[in-house]
Design a protein around this ligand. Structure first.
Ligand code: MN
Length: 234
């Protein structure tokens, strides 16, 4: 049966050192997964259970970025406090549910640098009213993502430095080892809530130092061993 209009195309992420693309299915995110970021957001950094939200998975939301390009994303509507959150993105290569921590690594295809761009003012008001976060998190162009590095092509990610600069000034600088819930624990917990499938992305949370960007700002995000991304707000 024909569709009544052209169905949307799925997003393909570039894979470092390959001409193949990684087809994206869902985009999961972890909230407050670094203690110092939990503190800066006004929360107790004790090891509360991880919590999750989703970003949109369509080509209007995800911005795949090659290491040698400067991507441009528009300043979004409806915010006066548009924040960067640099994050390690984990790409699932093998699905599963109720995955145990010891097996989680087998489910990872690779890693990338990502930005969980956030309308912080809307998020704050939604939190205060006990309402969902979608308008703060799942808006257009809200998920810039760099080239995926396969597990074999990414060494020692668990102890990699993670950095975000704005116009050359460092705003966020931490280390993946500071994750409250490590990648394996995050995959295990998430797979208790959703059956994971190949193609699922997991934004693992941002370290401290989140802040606003405005039109004209250039963000540069790096995680040791992965392809960096450069994004200009226009
Ligand atoms: Mn985030």
């Amino acid at each position: 049966m024909p569709y009544v209009f052209e169905p949307m195309k799925i997003v393909g992420l570039p894979i470092h050192g390959s001409d193949d693309l990684y087809p994206v299915r869902r985009v999961y995110c972890v909230g407050r997964n670094y203690a110092a970021h939990a503190r800066e957001m006004g929360f107790d950094p004790n090891r509360e259970p991880p919590f999750f939200f989703c970003k949109a998975n369509d080509a209007q939301s995800i911005v795949p970025i090659k290491a040698d390009e400067i991507a441009e994303i528009p300043y979004p509507t409806a915010t006066q406090n548009y924040h960067h959150e640099v994050e390690l993105v984990v790409a699932i290569g093998l699905g599963g549910k109720n995955i145990v921590v010891a097996d989680a690594d087998k489910h990872i295809f690779g890693y990338a640098v990502g930005l969980d761009m956030t309308r912080r003012d809307l998020q704050t008001s939604m939190k205060e009213m006990g309402r969902p976060w979608e308008i703060a998190k799942a808006f257009d162009f809200s998920a810039p993502i760099g080239e995926l590095h396969t597990v074999a092509d990414s060494q020692n990610i668990q102890a990699a430095d993670i950095v975000l600069m704005v116009n050359g000034t460092t705003r966020q600088h931490s280390n993946i080892s500071h994750l409250t819930w490590c990648v394996a624990e995050t995959i295990a917990k998430l797979s208790e809530l959703f059956e994971l499938k190949a193609g699922d992305l997991v934004f693992t949370g941002t370290p401290e130092g989140v802040g606003a960007v405005v039109k004209g700002d250039v963000m540069h995000a790096e995680i040791d061993g992965l392809s960096p991304i450069t994004v200009k707000v226009v």
